[in-house]
Write a protein that binds this ligand. Structure first.
Ligand SMILES: Cc1cc2nc3c(=O)[nH]c(=O)nc-3n(C[C@H](O)[C@H](O)[C@H](O)COP(=O)(O)O)c2cc1C
Length: 315
């Protein structure tokens, strides 16, 4: 079994991936959050630094493209090849409204014939092997047989399947039966993704390669623990946090660091049994010094939960 770190936009940037890789083991590949190329192929400074090979040195990172224009995809794939990357991932699963409204991400699953034309072109011409990250339908799983037929036509490098429809978003449970059907029929590797939050759950699926997202964001030792390595400790969690904080401080403006660390802590706090006053102080902290004091108090006052698991936010 190989374990991949799922792309989590707004969290798993180059700094996060580097620090995770230096602190914990068990991740065979880190998939980068999507890059959505503009027609001029110009990038924001964040995007630029995320894909800069120097920022990813020593980390097995795979870039991901979100795009519905085959020509643009191919131009982007060439740039990535020239930068030294050896594979590229296509995002066909993002359910965000702003993305699907433009017919990208999971929006491409709505029109299987147009999707097939797009895939015809990119698989004929891509300078790099292309892996796919998809859901199993747009409105309903009734669309699955047609989509499966489409995907099976191509020399897919790897197929990461999060077996939920666009409509299901992150609700309900993933359709494991559809994943099993795909894994049985596909002549290429099919990787399972969705709701694996504990090492025991990952091991149950160990005959497959897995991609983990929110489970690893809460328990950064999940991949190594699943494969027989060390379990998370409060010390390793704190080390990870402190290294991340120092790296962000080195490269980012202070206000951006605090914002990002609150995002990181949204997940890490789910591994901790933390007294309410320390939690409150962390939530209210704004400047870097206030944040650092509050985080210090969280780690001093908390114990690690016995059963660490991601819990979705209540709506
Ligand atoms: C905050 C957030 C950001 C995400 N960003 C991306 C992304 O950039 N590209 C992508 O393919 N999937 C993205 N996803 C989906 C995850 O990669 C993954 O498929 C999903 O979280 C299900 O896996 P999990 O249950 O292991 O978390 C994102 C999910 C979350 C929660």
């Amino acid at each position: 079994m190989r374990i991949y770190f799922a792309p989590l936009e707004g969290l798993t940037d180059a700094i996060y991936r580097r620090v995770h890789h230096a602190t914990f083991g068990g991740v065979a590949k880190y998939f980068m959050p999507f890059i959505s190329p503009s027609s001029s192929l110009s990038f924001t400074s964040r995007q630029q630094s995320d894909i800069d090979p120097r920022e990813n040195a020593g980390v097995p990172a795979v870039p991901q493209i979100l795009c519905k224009d085959a020509g643009l995809f191919l131009e982007m794939a060439k740039l990535l090849r020239d930068a030294g990357y050896t594979e590229v991932n296509l995002n066909l699963g993002c359910p965000s409204g702003t993305v699907t409204a433009k017919g990208k991400g999971a929006g491409m699953l709505k029109a299987p014939d147009a999707l097939a034309r797009f895939l015809d072109e990119i698989y004929a011409k891509s300078p790099l092997p292309v892996s796919l990250k998809t859901r199993c339908g747009y409105e309903s799983i009734d669309e699955w047989p047609r989509l499966l037929d489409v995907f099976l036509c191509y020399p897919v490098h790897e197929w990461i399947l999060h077996p939920r429809t666009y409509r299901e978003f992150y609700g309900g449970t993933p359709h494991r039966d559809l994943f099993l059907e795909a894994a049985q029929k596909a002549p290429f590797p099919v990787i399972f993704n969705g709701d694996l939050f504990r090492a025991a759950e990952c091991r149950e699926m160990s005959r497959f390669d897995l991609m983990l997202g929110r489970g690893l964001a809460v328990n950064p030792a999940l991949a190594q623990e699943t494969q027989g390595g060390d379990r998370l400790t409060i010390e390793s969690l704190r080390l990870f946090h402190d290294r991340l904080y120092r790296e962000y401080l080195k490269w980012w403006p202070e206000h951006a660091v605090v914002g990002r660390m609150h995002g990181v802590m949204y997940y890490l706090m789910q591994a901790l049994d933390c007294p309410a006053p320390a939690k409150r102080a962390l939530r209210k902290s704004s400047g870097v010094d206030e944040y650092a004091d509050a985080a210090c108090r969280v780690f001093a006052d908390s114990v690690l939960l016995q059963d660490i698991c991601f819990t979705p936010p209540k709506h």
